[in-house]
Design a binder for this molecule. Sequence first.
Ligand SMILES: [Cu+2]
Length: 350
Amino acid sequence: MKIGQDKLSRRRLLGGAAVAGAALPVLHEVVPHQRLHGVDSAAAQGHGAHGAGGANGAAAGQPVHPAVVGKVDPRVNGFDPQEILRDFDEGRVVNGVREWELVAEEKEIEVAPGVKYLAWAYNGRVPGPTLRAREGERLRIRFTNGSPHPHTIHFHGIHTAPMDGIPGVGAGNIAPGKSTTYEFDATPFGLHLYHCHTMPLAEHIAKGLYGAFLIDPKRGRPPADELVMVMNGFDTNFDRANEVYAVNTVAFEYMHRPVKVKRGELVRIYLVNLLEFDFVNSFHVHANFFDYYPTGTRLEPRDFTDTVIQGQGERGILELRFPYTGKYMFHAHVSEFAELGWMGFFDVSE
Ligand SMILES: [Cu+2]
């Protein structure tokens, strides 16, 4: 964790707001409307606002009062965190090669009620599409940069250097308006990720250029209700610390609309940590335990637990069944993240 005035300011805000009690008002008070104006103007400036430290209207000590209420309408963002949960993009197979097309673009998204953020997105969503392949397949990803800044796609997995999607190697940075093709084999099986690797790296990731990349084992996994949860956050005032935390981008989304699952059914969660600026993230489920498969690269679970910690880029597969109906909370066990948006419910029914 970074120790600095920005961080202290955020903590002071949080501490003051915590008195308010319930989770939802906490976020509202942490994001006072002075900051919202700052966010708007910074967003209008686009990339130039990075690192400037400006747009920081909500300094500690200024009056803090609720400025936003309600929920984020998925139609505003053009993607719905409810659908992202179960949306697996298998691309299309052409002459034995599995292919996708990804486009990077700028897009303003709403990450909490009234909190707009000028994101960079693959295919118009944050996180980008969950790319799903089978172990051993040949994969081809056509990448077009539709944004005004250079970008790449760096895939985790095993491949040749020119296909690694980093500046100065292979196609390197892809200039605005240009395209390239990444091609490699789907290996090893497991849960991976992809993200932009252009410098400055933290900004290019934190702005939203990332997604889950799933390679199923040759024989597959047992049938289950499968969910993708990408843990992320948003630095809405460009001070290199997050003001909003979430799973699949929208703060408190699964508090408002709990994740519906069936009692006794196997639930498999593909959990990826793409949070920037904080060293760790975590996942905790209430009143239950799960099998945990780190990186999903072995078929035997390593842990049977109710909490897992992930560093940046870390990911793993959780498998669990809910023995009882009812509403069960899940959230970051980093309490600060939970109170700033990273919490939700499973709604278990018969
Ligand atoms: Cu980038």
